[in-house]
Design a protein around this ligand. Structure first.
Ligand code: ZN
Ligand code: ZN
Length: 356
């Protein structure tokens, strides 16, 4: 007899997936496997696990079979381990607590690139929300569809931000930044000299999203190894729905697809690199992105990554979308002290500076 009950583990996983509002097909996989095994004598289950024949049973797949094998070996299944962080917590309270702990937003756009409003208006909306800072991260030159800023325009923007900051209320400031494109070879689409001058650098993949797995992994690892990169933006590039009406976005065209699948990359390698280099993984709050998906947030959490819960706001009202990201973070058990934008501006700046 093993120390663990595989059926109880499968049911526990299903319960926690339901609680985290995961896709029905994921939940069903665990419920079906539990049902398939419930009718068999424990000896047969153990024998099938030993000989790799669990998946011959209707309703048992590779993932559920692995959970059963781990459980029979007396180990907590990895899948379960990633879910238990939320066990026993009031998820609504946890989301509210995280939202309250946020002091700023590290990914926002203005009308200098593809946002709809001037920097001043974005800043005033952020003040109203109680933020202590926003990082202005307009796009980089190659993203022409989003009016990405050339080096020259970015220099002008830095001067402009300095002037705007003078006029803003005490206790609030705009931090400088960029959402820099991660190019095909993993290099960043702005000069080192300018990246070094910015307070916070978010790097995102906006092109070649269907690159094959090995290529995409190499590309992301190269970007993470770049000492200028502080935050990895919307890492899978997925679109779970069409954009809200009236919102522009990079790549917006008449015939753009309404939804888009996730880019394929080795998430364990990418998150291990982020943890090692101290790069924060963005939890993008945009309703049409919800990126990364929850199962990847859990893997990043387990890898030891830091996070940034960002809105990627393209208009002032969207600065209030952080709640969506906080809900997703809470569903995955992300603690506030792992989230860099719960820090005061000075600590955030120190973190970004010392990483370079
Ligand atoms: Zn982006
Ligand atoms: Zn963005």
């Amino acid at each position: 007899m093993s120390a663990r009950d595989p059926l109880a583990d499968l049911r526990r996983i299903a319960f926690l997936l339901e609680r985290a509002n995961e896709a029905t097909y994921r939940v069903r996989a665990f419920r079906s496997a539990a049902k398939a095994l419930a009718g068999l004598p424990a000896k047969e289950v153990a024998e099938r696990a030993r000989t790799g024949k669990l998946t011959e049973l209707a309703g048992v797949g590779d993932v559920t079979a692995r959970c059963v094998a781990e459980s029979l070996a007396g180990e907590e299944p990895v899948y379960l381990r990633r879910l238990v962080a939320t066990e026993g917590t009031d998820l609504d309270a946890a989301a509210t607590e995280l939202r309250t702990a946020l002091r700023g937003d590290c990914h926002t756009h203005s009308d200098w690139s593809d946002g709809g409003s001037p920097i001043e208006e974005m800043a005033l909306a952020a003040v109203e929300l109680g933020h202590e800072y926003v990082v202005l991260t307009d796009h980089s030159p190659r993203l022409k569809v989003a009016r990405g800023l050339t080096a020259d325009r970015l220099r002008k923007q830095l001067d402009h931000v300095a002037a705007v900051n003078e006029a803003l209320p005490e206790g609030f400031r705009i931090l400088t930044g960029v959402e820099v494109d991660i190019l095909a070879d993993g290099s960043l689409d702005q000069s080192d000299e300018l990246l070094a001058r910015l307070d916070v650098v978010v790097g995102s993949v906006h092109s070649g999203l269907t690159d094959e797995r090995a290529k995409m992994t190499r590309r992301m690892l190269a970007a993470i190894a770049n000492p200028h990169l502080d935050i990895l933006g919307h890492c899978t590039g997925r679109m779970v729905s069409s954009r809200p009406a009236g919102v522009q976005g990079p790549g917006d065209r008449a015939h753009r697809p309404r939804t888009r699948g996730e880019s394929d990359f080795d998430a364990d390698a990418v998150f291990a690199a982020c943890a090692e280099r101290g790069v924060a993984v963005e939890i993008n709050s945009r309703p049409e992105r919800q990126d990364p998906p929850k199962r990847l947030i859990r893997r990043a959490l387990e890898a030891g990554c830091r996070f940034a819960v960002n809105t990627d706001a393209h208009a002032p009202g969207q600065l209030d979308w952080q709640r969506f990201g906080c809900e997703r973070a809470a569903l995955c058990g992300v603690p506030a002290d792992r989230v860099v934008n719960t820090w005061p501006a000075d600590r955030l700046l120190e973190w970004a500076r010392t990483r370079r």
